[in-house]
Design a protein around this ligand. Structure first.
Ligand code: UDP
Length: 241
């Protein structure tokens, strides 16, 4: 099974991607390199929505584990995603890519609120739209935010760039015999609890027939390869329909 023709995609990057080789925070050189790859994708006339996590700065679960109120900690995590969105916006605009950040937590001085019809217009004008603050509610993650925005913006696919080159039947870092899937059904991912995205995000993609492409973003040039349908990846979609 392969992907439908791609006109508009949503790219989800975990916050860890922005750390580069640092243990924490934002590696501006790595963000600049990422921005070049996003520009190359946008220059192929692809309409590009972006969702960036916040795990390189703060994760609500980690705060809760240390005794913080979970909802409070999650709001801090959402603020971290806004910082990452602004860092990426800055890197993209430095190389001439027009962008808009839309945040699910209103922050009028720094970015727009999420307004679907306005985001639509930005995309039509060739701007990259970066959706920040996930779904804007605690107890969710930016994976769910990515699935939600991919659905409401009618994206042809959700590309999830991580540090692993696809979906495996076991943890490839712990089990050398783990096998990578080329294609896998949403229901298999959910039933076997395969590490792709949160269950709520996978279910939202399944219910809206949005293919999820899991690939490694760490190798330079890989984004262009997977967008062209090449390279190493796993596609999560409905099989045997
Ligand atoms: N978060 C949240 N609601 C959302 C999106 C994010 O509460 O809709 C919080 C949550 O605490 C999460 C943190 O923001 O841990 C950072 O997001 P995420 O863990 O998804 O980032 P990633 O793992 O992709 O870097």
């Amino acid at each position: 099974m392969s992907l439908p023709p791609l006109k508009r995609v949503l790219l989800k990057l975990s916050g860890e991607v922005l750390m580069g080789n640092q243990p924490y925070g934002i590696d501006t050189d790595f963000v600049a390199q990422m921005a070049e790859e996003l520009k190359a994708a946008r220059d192929t006339d692809l309409e590009l929505c972006l969702v960036i996590g916040g795990g390189n700065i703060f994760r609500g679960m980690a705060g809760a584990a240390k005794g913080m109120d979970r909802a409070q900690a999650d709001y801090m995590g959402m603020l971290a995603t806004i910082m990452n969105a602004l860092a990426m916006q800055s890197a993209l605009e430095k190389i001439g890519v027009e962008t808009r950040v839309q945040s699910a937590i209103q922050m009028d001085e720094v970015c727009e609120p999420v307004i679907r019809r306005r985001a639509e217009r930005h995309l039509q004008k060739g701007r990259v739209v970066i959706f920040a603050a996930g779904v804007g509610a605690p107890y969710f993650t930016t994976d769910s935010g990515a699935a939600l925005r991919a659905a409401e913006m009618k994206c042809d696919a959700l590309f999830k760039g991580t540090s692993v080159d696809g979906v495996y039947d076991d943890d490839p870092k712990k089990n050398a015999a783990a096998k990578r899937y080329e294609n896998v059904d949403y229901d298999t991912v959910l039933a076997a609890n395969l590490k792709v995205m949160d269950a709520s995000a996978v279910a939202l993609c399944r219910d809206n027939a949005i293919p999820i492409v899991v690939f490694s973003i760490r190798e330079r040039g890989n984004l262009a390869s997977v967008l062209a349908g090449e390279g190493t990846q796993t596609i999560v979609q409905k099989l045997n329909a």
